[in-house]
Design a protein around this ligand. Structure first.
Ligand code: SF4
Ligand code: SF4
Length: 239
């Protein structure tokens, strides 16, 4: 595979041709906020938190869906980037109900942790908080669309890793939400294998296991790499 050279934060580095900018940035040990991105799932570029400045381009680009290119010069941190990242998080917080104190994922939520890292201590926008019905019809899990940030991780894992494609997204704007089956109660969907992968990858408290205590809520996103690596090598057990 050919190698390209580019400049990240004033440092000349090399990357594999075809590699995403985000992955090249991470290879350099640079921390960059993300929410919709998860290793093991296809990149989607939905949350835009991973955007970076590319010299010569007036617009900011989402690094997860931008391939590296020879001679590219990028900056991952600037006042402009921080301002936009904070605005994105504030808009997410204002769109639905993210009252952390009453959420099952308080302390283990990725949205909460990104907000804290960016120093989001207040929200400048009006709270919308539509009153969306929860779905507790599933035998093991609960879906609370009021906590959902529409990152589609659950949709992608159900389709791309479990192969069930029980979940999808319906509607537009404030009414957009994740649905099961043909917009039916999750518990009545016959395609759901009850594998729980969607719950594990959800970054917020929108999907959670029934009956688990707050201390048991820590989600294990790294299981995806374990599964995908095992499939590739045809190794199903680790000693
Ligand atoms: S439990 Fe598994 S099959 Fe059911 S919706 Fe979640 S990922 Fe899909
Ligand atoms: S339910 Fe969770 S994983 Fe699915 S789109 Fe909403 S926040 Fe993302």
């Amino acid at each position: 595979m050919s190698v390209v050279t580019l400049t990240i934060n004033d440092k000349l580095v090399s990357a594999q041709a075809g590699q995403s900018l985000l992955s090249a940035i991470k290879d350099q040990g640079i921390d960059i906020p993300t929410l919709c991105c998860l290793e093991g799932l296809t990149d989607w570029g939905g949350c835009r938190l991973c955007m970076v400045e590319v010299v010569g381009s007036p617009r900011l680009v989402a690094s997860c869906v931008t391939p590296v290119a020879e001679g590219m010069v990028i900056q991952t941190e600037s006042q402009r980037l921080t301002a936009y990242r904070k605005m994105i998080v504030e808009l997410l917080l204002s769109e639905r109900n993210h009252i952390c104190a009453s959420c099952v994922m308080n302390g283990g939520c990725e949205l909460q942790s990104v907000a804290a890292k960016l120093g989001v201590d207040h929200v400048r926008y009006d709270y919308l908080c539509p009153d969306l019905p929860m779905d507790a019809s599933h035998e093991r899990n609960v879906m609370d669309p009021n906590r959902c940030i529409l990152c589609t991780r659950c949709v992608r894992v159900c389709d791309q890793v479990e192969g069930a494609h029980t979940l999808d997204v319906m509607g537009r704007g404030i009414q957009q939400r994740v649905i099961a089956g043909l917009n039916q109660a999750w518990g009545t969907s016959r395609s759901c294998t009850k594998c729980g992968k969607c719950v594990q990858v959800c970054p917020t408290g929108a999907l959670f296991k029934k009956g688990a205590t707050a201390a048991e809520m820590e989600k294990q996103h790294d299981f995806l790499i374990w599964i995908l690596d095992g499939r590739e090598k045809k190794i199903w057990r680790w000693s």
